[in-house]
Design a protein. Structure first.
Length: 233
């Protein structure tokens, strides 16, 4: 699996993201025409990311969002009740997409080593395709309400549990050595996060997403199987 193939087979564009958001909030959103609703949700989503990048979500006002999106205040309230509701909508949508795609990637494989590789590839490639959301989600999680903070933490722990479950399965089948599944999963998660939190570092070193994903997979498998880590050419 490489990034180009991943993008061809998985629907993760901003339009896909906003269609998912619309479907989950259909009853609360007043605009009934799907094409219009999705188009305006894209404008709201992109404006939210842009303003948050400039001044932070906490400092953003609905008027800032109105100006950046080109939608009137009245039009904004056709989609959301306020910026706190918007933040929860964006976070929840990203969590659903991530969880579903990771689950599908693992289900397509049988061997634990292949499952672990598929999960890592999918997570890194997904974070590349949806990098603005992943970065926004990580940076703005502190502004969530108590319930949403809990859900955000559970989402991160769920990913670690997925890695740990695969590693345990590999140990039982004799594919992996007696490595600590929870510790290994936490380190793998940290390597995955580094890609979308510090992309500037890898861009400066001219490291592509395919090269980074291959290295993380190689590192994880060598850890679980035993052996020195080497970067693949």
């Amino acid at each position: 699996m490489n990034y180009a193939r991943f993008i061809r087979t998985v629907a993760v564009s901003r339009s896909d993201f906003c269609q998912e958001m619309l479907a989950a909030n259909r009853q609360a959103i007043k605009i009934k025409k799907e094409a219009v609703a999705v188009g305006n949700l894209e404008r709201i989503f992109e404006a939210t990311l842009a303003v948050s990048n400039q001044k932070g979500f906490a400092a953003m006002t609905m008027r800032d969002l109105s100006k950046a999106s080109g939608l009137s205040m009245g039009a904004l309230y056709d989609y959301l009740g306020g910026k706190e509701e918007l933040l929860e909508m964006i976070q929840a949508t990203g969590r659903r997409l991530t969880g579903r795609i990771l689950k599908q990637s693992v289900a397509s494989q049988q061997d634990p080593a292949e499952q672990l590789a598929a999960a890592i590839h999918a997570h890194i490639f997904l974070s590349e395709a949806m990098q603005p959301w992943f970065f926004f989600s990580y940076m703005e999680a502190r502004h969530l309400g108590d319930k949403e903070k809990r859900l955000a933490k559970e989402s991160e722990q769920k990913t670690e549990r997925l890695f740990a479950t695969i590693i345990r399965r590999g140990r039982r089948q004799g594919v992996f050595r007696e490595v600590d599944p929870n510790l290994a999963a936490a380190v793998i998660k940290a390597m995955v996060q580094d890609w979308y939190l510090k992309r500037w570092k890898y861009a400066k070193r001219r490291v592509s997403v395919d090269r980074y994903a291959a290295f993380v997979v190689d590192t994880a498998l060598r850890c679980c199987r035993g052996g020195a880590v080497e970067e693949r050419a």
